[in-house]
Design a binder for this molecule. Structure first.
Ligand code: GLA
Length: 762
C-alpha cells in the first residue's frame, strides 16, 4: 500500500490550515515528505528533486495559484506569491471587493470558466440550468509514494521509491463538482506529470465540454514555441517561432494524434540551443484528437494547456461519476533541447513502455512491403526469407496482403483469415521456415479498419463509424471500425488471437491507414455523440491492454501510414513505431531528428530501401541508407534477391556492424550534433552510459564547391579519457569535444556520410 499523507489524517491544527485563506499568518508545523514539501502560512506545495522545482499554493479566496516551475531551488520562501497590483477591468470576488486581486491576471493552477478570468478555461461544464460558469477553490490534498495508474488510460508508472504524487482536491461547491489535480514528481528526472479528474456530486448529470490535462501559467517571459508538425511521409518537422500576444492552437481533429501535429510542444528560451538554455517540454500521453493552447495575454503572461481536443467533444457525467483526463508529461531542461530529449527518452524507457521488450535490443527485420507489395506466394516469400537469413537478418515481417482476398488496397480489411490462393498452406509453414532458420516471424494487421469488399462488412455494416443516411468519406478505399463498441473489440481480439496462436507469431505490425470522419454511433443517444471519438480511443486502449497482456511475448510495432500515430499513448503498449513511410535516407534525417526530440531511438523503426527511392525518386548511396537506418531499429524493406553481389556484401557488413553496435545505438545517450533543419548537414552520436564507447554519424546533404571547413565537435564524452577514433588515431575527450575533427575529406558528394567509432583506450 502506498504511504499516504492525507489532509484527513493530519493533526487538527494543520488541517485547519488546509482550508484557511492564504495570507493569514499562523504558526503551524509543516508536513514534509521527501519530494513534496508542504508549508503552511500560506499553504504551499513545493515539488522538487535535485533538478526541478514546481510550486503551487493557496491564495486569497482559496484560489489555487501557480508560483514557480523551473530549475530546482532548495527552499521556497513564497517570493512568487502574486503581488497585489491594481488592475482595471479586472473583476474580483464580490465578498472581498478589491481592485488588486483578480482571476483575470492571477497565475492559476486550474482556471475555471465564465468568471473573472478571461483567458482560456481549463474546464468547461454545462449544468442543467444551462450555465457554463464554474470556478474551483482549494479543498484538501493527499500525498502518496509512487504513482497511481489512470483508469483506462495509458500513463507513466513508478515504483513507490521512484516518485511521489500530490493530489489536490478542488471544489465548486455551488455546482457540486470536485476536481482532482494530480502531480507526480520523479525522483531522478526533471519530470512532473499532471492529469485531472472531475467528479459530479450533484443529483443530475452534467456535460463536460472541456477538461485539459494541465494548465500552466507563467509570468512575463520571453519565450519561443517549438512544435513538431508535418504531413504524411514528412512527419515531425521542427518549427520554432516567437510567442506573441494572442492564442496559438496546435491540434489534431483526426481521431488520432496524426501526421500533421504531434501531441508535443516546448516553450524555450529564444537563445536555447541543443546544449544550452532553458526549455520546457510538454507531451500528452494520448493517441486521439488533441489540442495544445498557448496563450499570451496583454501582460505577457503565458498560459499553456494540453488535453483532449474539445471540438465535437462532450462527456456526460452522471451523479457520482468521474471523468479522467489523459496524462501530460512536463520536462524541464536548463541545458537546451538535447537534455530535454534525454529526459523524455529515459522516462519513456523506464516509466512508460510496459512491454517486456522495452529494454531488449530489437531484431533486424526484413519487411516485404516495398519488395513485393501484394504480389507474393509461399515460394517467393521463402526465397526472400532464405536470402535475408544469409544476410544476417533476424526477423521476417509479412506485410499487407496475406488475408481475405487482398490483392489491392480496396478489399478484405476485417477478414483476418489467410488468403489460401496466395498461401495454400497457411502462415504456419512460413513461420516454421523462419523458426527453423532461427529467425523470427512477424505479421501485419490493420485491425481498426474495414473494407466494403469484405465478409465482415457484409455481416456487420453497422460496425462502421458513420452517420446513417449521410454521405460518408472514404480514404484508401476503407472505413473505420467503431472501436468504442465492445463487440467490435471482442471480434478483433478473437481473430487476432487465432492467427497469433496458429501462425506462432513473434511480432505484429499494427497499422492504421486513415483518420476518422463522420464520427457517430447509432447505438448512442443524440446527446452522447460528443463522446464517440474518445470512447473509440478508450476502446482501442482496452483492446491493446487485453492483447498485450494475453501475448506478452509478442513484439508490437505501431504504425499509421508510417508515423501518423507516433505518441506516448501508443508507446505504452507498443515499444516501437514505424517512423515514416518515407524511407528516403535524406528525408529521414529530418524525420528522425524531429522524432528524437521526444521519442527514444529504440522506438524508431528505420529501414533501408531500394533506390531510386519509392517516395522521393532520390538515389542515395547504400552506405548512407544503411547509416540513417542504423540510427534507429534497423530493418530492410527491399527484395534481397534483387541486390547485386557487391550490394549483398555491403548489406552483410551493415548487418554485422549494426549487431556489434546495436545496444549502444538503441540504448545509449543520443546527442544531436548538427541540425538538418538549419544546415545542409546532419550529425548525431550515441554514447554509452560509462562514456567508454561512442558512435557518431555525419551526413553531408548537399556538397558545395570550395567547401568551407566544416567541423564536427563531439559531445557527451569523458574529457580526460583518451579515445581511439576508427582505430586510426587517438585523442582526448576534451579535444574531440572542444576542437572537433574534420568529418569528411575531399570532394564529398551529395548524400555522402561518415561514421566514427570511438573507444576508450589507456
Ligand atoms: C501503410 C504502412 C506501410 C505498409 C502499408 C501496407 O502505408 O505505413 O508500411 O504496411 O500500409 O498497406
Amino acid at each position: 500500500m502506498p504511504k499516504s499523507i492525507s489532509a484527513q489524517v493530519l493533526p487538527a491544527c494543520l488541517r485547519s490550515v488546509l482550508i484557511i485563506r492564504g495570507g493569514i499568518s499562523m504558526t503551524k508545523p509543516s508536513a514534509k515528505s521527501e519530494l513534496i514539501e508542504v508549508s503552511s502560512n500560506p499553504l504551499t506545495f513545493h515539488l522538487h528533486n535535485s533538478q526541478v522545482s514546481y510550486v503551487l499554493g493557496v491564495e486569497d479566496e482559496n484560489i489555487l495559484a501557480h508560483h514557480y516551475y523551473g530549475k530546482a531551488v532548495d527552499h521556497y520562501s513564497n517570493l512568487r506569491r502574486y503581488p497585489r497590483l491594481m488592475r482595471h477591468f479586472a473583476p474580483s470576488p464580490e465578498d472581498i471587493e478589491t481592485r488588486d486581486f483578480s482571476l483575470s491576471t492571477l497565475p492559476q493552477e486550474f482556471p475555471g470558466a465564465g468568471g473573472a478570468d478571461y483567458r482560456e478555461p481549463g474546464i468547461v461544464v454545462q449544468f442543467p440550468n444551462g450555465s457554463r460558469t464554474v470556478n474551483f477553490t482549494y479543498d484538501s490534498y493527499t500525498i502518496s509514494d509512487g504513482k497511481p495508474q489512470l483508469a483506462g488510460l495509458p500513463a507513466t508508472f513508478a515504483q513507490e521509491y521512484e516518485a511521489q504524487t500530490l493530489t489536490v482536491k478542488l471544489v465548486e461547491s455551488d455546482a457540486q463538482l470536485e476536481l482532482y489535480l494530480s502531480y507526480t514528481i520523479f525522483r531522478d528526472l526533471p519530470v512532473i506529470t499532471r492529469s485531472t479528474r472531475v467528479k459530479n456530486l450533484g443529483q443530475q448529470p452534467v456535460q463536460v465540454q472541456r477538461l485539459v490535462s494541465f494548465s500552466l501559467d507563467s509570468p512575463d517571459n520571453e519565450l519561443n514555441l517549438l512544435q513538431l508538425n508535418g504531413r504524411y511521409a514528412q512527419e515531425r518537422n521542427v518549427t520554432i517561432e516567437p510567442l506573441n500576444t494572442g492564442i496559438k492552437i496546435l491540434d489534431s481533429k483526426r481521431g488520432a494524434s496524426g501526421h500533421t501535429q504531434n501531441p508535443f510542444c516546448a516553450l524555450i528560451d529564444p537563445h536555447a540551443t541543443e546544449f544550452s538554455g532553458e526549455v520546457f517540454g510538454f507531451c500528452l500521453v494520448y493517441s486521439g484528437s488533441h489540442k495544445s493552447i498557448i496563450q499570451m495575454d496583454g501582460y505577457n503572461q503565458v498560459r499553456i494547456q494540453m488535453g483532449i481536443n474539445d471540438q465535437n467533444f462532450e462527456w456526460w457525467l452522471e451523479p457520482q461519476k468521474s471523468f479522467q483526463s489523459p496524462e501530460a508529461v512536463l520536462v524541464h531542461s536548463e541545458q537546451g533541447l538535447n537534455s530535454m530529449s534525454q529526459s523524455f527518452h529515459e522516462l519513456f524507457l523506464n516509466h512508460l513502455m510496459k512491454s517486456k521488450y522495452s529494454h531488449q535490443t530489437r531484431p533486424i527485420l526484413l519487411n516485404n512491403w516495398e519488395a513485393t507489395y501484394f504480389n507474393f506466394d509461399e515460394k517467393k516469400l521463402q526465397d526472400i526469407i532464405a536470402s535475408s537469413h544469409d544476410l544476417g537478418i533476424e526477423m521476417f515481417v509479412l506485410d499487407d496482403g496475406w488475408f481475405g482476398e487482398r490483392d489491392a488496397p480496396n478489399s478484405s480489411l476485417g477478414d483476418w483469415v489467410v488468403d489460401r490462393k496466395k498461401l495454400p498452406n497457411g502462415l504456419k509453414p512460413l513461420s516454421d521456415y523462419c523458426h527453423n532458420l532461427d529467425m523470427k516471424f512477424g505479421l501485419w494487421f490493420e485491425p481498426e479498419m474495414i473494407s466494403v469488399k469484405s465478409k465482415l462488412y457484409q455481416n456487420h455494416p453497422d460496425w462502421v463509424l458513420e452517420v446513417p443516411g449521410q454521405r460518408r468519406s472514404i480514404d484508401r478505399s476503407q472505413f473505420v471500425l467503431n472501436l468504442g463498441r465492445a463487440e467490435v473489440r471482442d471480434y478483433l481480439l478473437e481473430r487476432m488471437s487465432y492467427i497469433i496462436e496458429h501462425a506462432d507469431l513473434d511480432y505484429i505490425k499494427w497499422d492504421m491507414n486513415r483518420n476518422m470522419t463522420e464520427v457517430y454511433d447509432a447505438k448512442l443517444s443524440a446527446s452522447e455523440q460528443g463522446e464517440v471519438s474518445h470512447r473509440y480511443i478508450l476502446g482501442l486502449y482496452d483492446l491493446l491492454e487485453r492483447l498485450t497482456d494475453k501475448y506478452p511475448d509478442i513484439l508490437f510495432e505501431s504504425c499509421s501510414g508510417g508515423g501518423g500515430r507516433y505518441d506516448a499513448g501508443m508507446l505504452y503498449y507498443m515499444p516501437q513505431t514505424w517512423t515514416s513511410d518515407n524511407t528516403d535516407a535524406i528525408a529521414r534525417l529530418k524525420i528522425q531528428y524531429g522524432t528524437s526530440l521526444v521519442y527514444p531511438v529504440v522506438s524508431m523503426g528505420a529501414h533501408v530501401s531500394a533506390v531510386p527511392n519509392e517516395q522521393t525518386g532520390r538515389m542515395t548511396p547504400l552506405r548512407t541508407r544503411g547509416l540513417v537506418a542504423s540510427s534507429g531499429d534497423l530493418g530492410y524493406e527491399l527484395n534481397p534477391l534483387n541486390l547485386l553481389e557487391n550490394e549483398r556484401q555491403e548489406v552483410k557488413l551493415q548487418v554485422k556492424w549494426y549487431k556489434a553496435h546495436r545496444r549502444l545505438i538503441q540504448f545509449g545517450k543520443l546527442y544531436r550534433l548538427q541540425n538538418p533543419f538549419e544546415t545542409t548537414r546532419a550529425a548525431w552520436m550515441f554514447v554509452s552510459d560509462d562514456k567508454k564507447e561512442a558512435v557518431a554519424m555525419y551526413f553531408n546533404i548537399f556538397s558545395e564547391a570550395s567547401s568551407p571547413l566544416h567541423m564536427l565537435n563531439f559531445v557527451g564524452l569523458d574529457p580526460s579519457q583518451k579515445y581511439s577514433i576508427n582505430g586510426k588515431y587517438t585523442a582526448y575527450g576534451s579535444e574531440l569535444m572542444q576542437i572537433g575533427i574534420y568529418p569528411l575529406t575531399q570532394n564529398d558528394g551529395d548524400f555522402d556520410s561518415a561514421v566514427f567509432e570511438l573507444k576508450a583506450v589507456e
